[in-house]
Design a protein around this ligand. Sequence first.
Ligand SMILES: *[C@@H]1O[C@H](CO)[C@@H](O)[C@H](O)[C@H]1NC(C)=O
Ligand SMILES: *[C@@H]1O[C@H](CO)[C@@H](O)[C@H](O)[C@H]1NC(C)=O
Ligand SMILES: *[C@@H]1O[C@H](CO)[C@@H](O)[C@H](O)[C@H]1NC(C)=O
Ligand SMILES: [Zn+2]
Length: 436
Amino acid sequence: MRAASAFLACLVAICSASRDYSGYKVCRFHTNNVTEVKTKIGQYHAGSIDIWTRSSQFVDVQLPGDVADHLKECEVIIDDLNKTVKETYPVDQLEGAEKLQIFQQSPQLNEPAPVTMKRQDIFFDQFRDLDTIYAWLDLMQLTFPELVKIELVGQTFEGREMKALHISAGNHNLNPDKKTIIITGGIHAREWVGVSTACYFIYQLLTGYGTNKKETKYLNHLDFLIVPVFNPDGYVYTWSHDRLWRKNRQQTYFPRCFGIDIDHSFDFHWTGTQDFPCSEDYSGESPFEALESESWNNYINESKSEYTIHGYLDLHSYSQEVLYPYAYSCDALPRDFENLLELSWGLAKAIRRKSGKKYNVLSSCEDRGSDLKPGLGSGSALDYMYHHRAHWGIQLKLRDTGNHGFLLPPKYIVPVGKESYAALKYFCDFILNPEL
Ligand SMILES: *[C@@H]1O[C@H](CO)[C@@H](O)[C@H](O)[C@H]1NC(C)=O
Ligand SMILES: *[C@@H]1O[C@H](CO)[C@@H](O)[C@H](O)[C@H]1NC(C)=O
Ligand SMILES: *[C@@H]1O[C@H](CO)[C@@H](O)[C@H](O)[C@H]1NC(C)=O
Ligand SMILES: [Zn+2]
């Protein structure tokens, strides 16, 4: 009996060599001085530390439990990290796998298996691994062939495909300039709710077209390019090895260190972080060293050169924040600042009206800490897209505010999807406003 259940458990990837977080906690320090926090921790802990997030009021840090216990300033926000990690994977793996047969294509015929599911949105009951998400994208293309085209952005270090879903109603009369909105999720591997939210957007836009006034209007007048998993290697790694992995999985110059922080790799005001390649936000040695950012640059510049990109929305977690450019410096004033602020507050308000959740609005540079130490915010996707191509650019940091952090349980997938979708609708209305 024991052996049988162990065997069954090992059918799913997470049993392989998943990193054990038992004994770890996450502490909140009520200060904005990261140096001070590091100094305090350094008295009891020699190794590197993983800073989860920082804001103007606090810094969240993941620490071994005994270190946390020594620090009187530590407010424990996650007491049993291993348990909280576990709760983000699908509860019943086998049932999940069974259910997902419906998303898989039969390999020989290259035809979809009959779609027998009663509730289409069963997909959003759990977080989904990369294979399931890619099978689901195929299903979207098969179900909405007149609206959807899957495009290849490039290949990752481990040889996986980066896929973009191009949604277009092909209305050249209504959208002659190919006004486009770009949405990316999962640049940071562990931020699963960004990935599920990007998929939720896809689903709402496609199922609403021709049925709901709003979606019909959006798709008639706008193209959407949505990349739900911008960092496929990292995402797969969070399912197989380490739920809290953040970077991609590229080999660095240092043999034992893998991964470049894609969001520090874009070539706009890029400055090397001078961090050790093992660190969480290692920028690489040169801009676009991360293959994902380089592929994206080529894709956006070459394949999409005739598109006018009106909006860029980059989905991250956690903190509940609407961040506007720039990330690299607080001294750089973004263009059309009044309207950009109006957009940012409008997004926050749309969310509050939908779910009551409060999202703060601030400049990305403050969130990154580039106001305190220049360079911390360099090379972001937001700055790059805002500067080169997108007239309006926003990064959304989704739920929550720290109770689960990156480890938001699956029951929040739909609520976060809904409130974020309210924001996306505001974004579309804002862009389609003729007075702007
Ligand atoms: C942050 O803390 C460090 C070390 O405690 C201190 O030297 C530094 O002045 C502090 N910075 C600010 C901006 O308060
Ligand atoms: C930590 O979690 C992993 C997987 O979720 C599990 O296999 C392991 O037994 C847990 N460790 C402890 C000490 O509970
Ligand atoms: C991409 O576009 C930007 C802005 O037009 C330009 O500076 C850059 O050189 C282009 N890169 C490539 C590879 O074409
Ligand atoms: Zn992120």
